[in-house]
Design a protein around this ligand. Structure first.
Ligand code: CA
Length: 395
């Protein structure tokens, strides 16, 4: 029932009334004056705002309270699977010269840069499809964070104004991040670089510009060349974890004194300061996170995302998976398994659209229907258990 009410609410929010369209036009003319005062040129404003339409769908995302939050092992399973590791290693080879030059200039190693690219846009395969000006214009006029989004709206107009990207290239996720490495427009203005030397900072069609901009971001956020992000550790029995936390940094000597070892039993490195983090409640891997993790965290303020980038970078360097198992008996599906699940759902008569390994709304609805048929829970999450069960029950 909660699912149904959410869908009805989404439908109501997604379709605007005539009054809201009028309100948007009025708001837009106010924004135009303010954008002009902020230095955006008249021709750009007239060209870009004349026919701009509201995208009320973004408001639904703004207030969306996820009914179920993915556990961290699902995030990591989706973002760091065999396919993304293989694709990333191929990209490391394909762009080896560019990445070496980027490391010389910004001090950020190739695997880290490519891992950000892989997590943010699946190496350029997934930029998002929403026209940025429509999304940011709407969020500047409606909803909870109008001031913030107005700043991003102005920044997006500034990108167009400087001639680096045309409006039709500015498409992205709901909140305004765009391009290979999903910069927000204000981040772009501050930190994007023209690395291929054509005079334009282009995070959409220039991979060198996008990768160098990512390295520049991390350098600006305090990246320390030659240091890693951190590592998995093993804790002694009875350790006092009252000062656990990414920002509660202690010296390695202090962690060593408390009996913390690398997960393979080796001693900790001598230098550096690190915070101890156990990202899953009730068990799973424990990490010591160094300053460089904070630089990654600045990219996207989420422990799950930060660990996905950090872990993918390790895997791209040839490292293995985490040693300590996550506290679950239902591990997530990789993309090949998600495609298999979609085929099985389709075989049971569900219309799930293309078999693409992406769990969209139709696949989620089919998963929910099957779990209800089985008398399981009412979350649209699918893991290994459902895959195994549907394999065994093929009609
Ligand atoms: Ca360029």
């Amino acid at each position: 029932m909660r699912g149904l009410s959410t869908m009805l609410l989404a439908a109501a929010v997604g379709s605007a009334t005539a009054g809201q369209q009028d309100e948007f036009r009025e708001c837009l003319s106010r924004l135009q004056q303010r954008a002009s005062a902020e230095g955006i040129s008249g021709p750009t404003l007239r060209r870009e705002l004349a026919g701009l339409e509201a995208d009320f769908g973004v408001l639904e995302r703004l207030d969306y309270q996820p009914e179920f939050r993915s556990p961290i092992w699902d995030y990591l399973g989706a973002l760091v699977d065999e396919q993304r590791i293989e694709d990333g290693r191929a990209q490391l080879l394909a762009h080896a010269d560019t990445l070496a030059e980027i490391e010389r200039r910004y001090g950020v190693d190739p695997a880290t840069v490519v891992a950000v690219w892989g997590v943010e846009s699946d190496y350029g395969k997934n930029f998002g499809k929403r026209p940025l000006l429509e999304a940011l214009g709407t969020l500047s006029c409606f909803g909870r964070r109008q001031k913030y989004f107005f700043g991003e709206f102005i920044a997006a107009l500034g990108i167009i104004d400087e001639g680096s990207l045309a409006a039709d290239k500015l498409k992205g996720s709901w909140a305004g991040a765009f391009g290979h490495t999903q910069f927000m427009p204000s981040t772009y203005l501050r930190l994007a670089v023209d690395f291929d030397g054509d005079g334009r900072r282009d995070l959409v069609d220039s991979i060198p510009d996008a990768l160098a901009s990512t390295a520049n971001f991390l350098a600006d956020a305090g990246w320390r060349p030659g240091q890693g992000w951190g590592f998995e550790v093993r804790l002694p029995e009875g350790i006092d974890l009252s000062d656990e936390g990414r920002r509660k940094k202690r010296s390695m000597a202090e962690w060593q004194r408390r009996g913390v070892l690398r997960v393979d039993g080796a001693a900790l490195p001598e230098d550096g300061r690190a915070g101890l983090v156990r990202p899953a409640d009730g068990g799973g891997p424990t990490f010591l996170l160094l300053d460089n993790f904070d630089a990654i965290y600045a990219y996207n303020a989420s422990m799950s995302y930060g660990l996905a980038i950090a872990h993918l970078s390790d895997r791209l360097r040839g490292g293995g998976g985490f040693v300590t198992p996550w506290p679950t008996d239902d591990l997530p599906l990789d993309r090949a398994q998600r495609r298999e699940l979609q085929r099985l759902l389709s075989g049971r008569g569900h219309d799930i659209g293309p078999i693409d390994g992406a769990i969209g709304s139709r696949t989620r609805a089919a998963i929910l229907a099957e779990k209800q048929r089985l008398g399981w829970d009412d979350s649209p999450r699918a893991g290994q258990k459902l895959l195994r069960t549907l394999r065994e029950q093929q009609p």
